[in-house]
Design a protein around this ligand. Structure first.
Ligand code: GAR
Length: 208
């Protein structure tokens, strides 16, 4: 088992992904301890989940900063203070410039097979609505290193699910989320074990 990392989770909404990470961590299934939950929204239910779990929280509203860079600086200052090894974006709906010392240490999960159905405006339910409207036959989720563009950095892993006749955005979201619950912990485990190497756009996984 890899040593346990200190992780920050950044979110804007209900925190379902945070909850999955907390549950896995508690069961000893994740080599990471969430030590800080940050949100750009004071009303994010994910903050309540964090408080209930005894985790420190902070709210950093985007409107308090003149530029995206100043906003990113404020967010990562909190992460540095908390001495985190890793930052996990988990439904964080703001553009977030990443300072050099955190590049390669910020992961994102997106509920589609990047580069399809991703980028600005594609989040949560909107993604699954777009997949159904387009008539795609498969979709899934992607865990990737975040860089300084939306849903863009090198891909660590992807999991697929079928789109079935009669699917609604809700049924599809639930099927994809089941896979997200496996994919994010797996990527964090690979990171903690030092098995991920970024080579340009590609991520090499030791032993694979
Ligand atoms: C994540 O699990 C991911 O599917 C999606 O938000 C979920 C968490 O939201 N992220 C994106 O769409 C990022 N572009 P929640 O905190 O509201 O449950």
């Amino acid at each position: 088992m890899a040593h346990s990392l200190r992780a920050a989770v950044l979110l804007s909404g209900s925190g379902t992904t945070l909850q999955n990470l907390l549950d896995r961590s508690r069961n000893g299934k994740l080599p990471a301890q969430v030590v800080l939950v940050l949100s750009n929204r004071a009303d994010a239910f994910g903050l309540t989940r964090a408080t209930q779990a005894g985790i420190a929280t902070a709210v950093v509203p985007r409107k308090d900063y003149a530029t995206p860079e100043a906003f990113g600086t404020a967010i990562f200052a909190r992460c540095r203070e908390a001495q985190v090894d890793l930052v996990c974006l988990a439904g964080f709906m703001q553009f977030l410039p990443i300072p050099d010392d955190f590049l390669g240490r910020v992961l994102n999960i997106h509920p589609s097979l990047i580069p399809a159905f991703c980028g600005q405006g594609y989040y949560g339910h909107h993604v699954h609505e777009a997949v159904l409207a387009y008539g795609a036959k498969v979709t899934g989720c992607t865990v990737h290193f975040a860089d300084n563009q939306y849903d863009h950095g090198p891909i660590i892993l992807q999991r697929t699910v079928p789109v079935l006749p009669g699917d609604t955005p809700d049924t599809l979201e639930a099927r994809v989320f089941e896979q997200e619950c496996e994919a994010y912990p797996e990527a964090i485990r690979l990171f903690a074990e030092g098995k991920l190497r970024i080579e340009g756009r590609k991520v090499a996984i030791d032993g694979k």
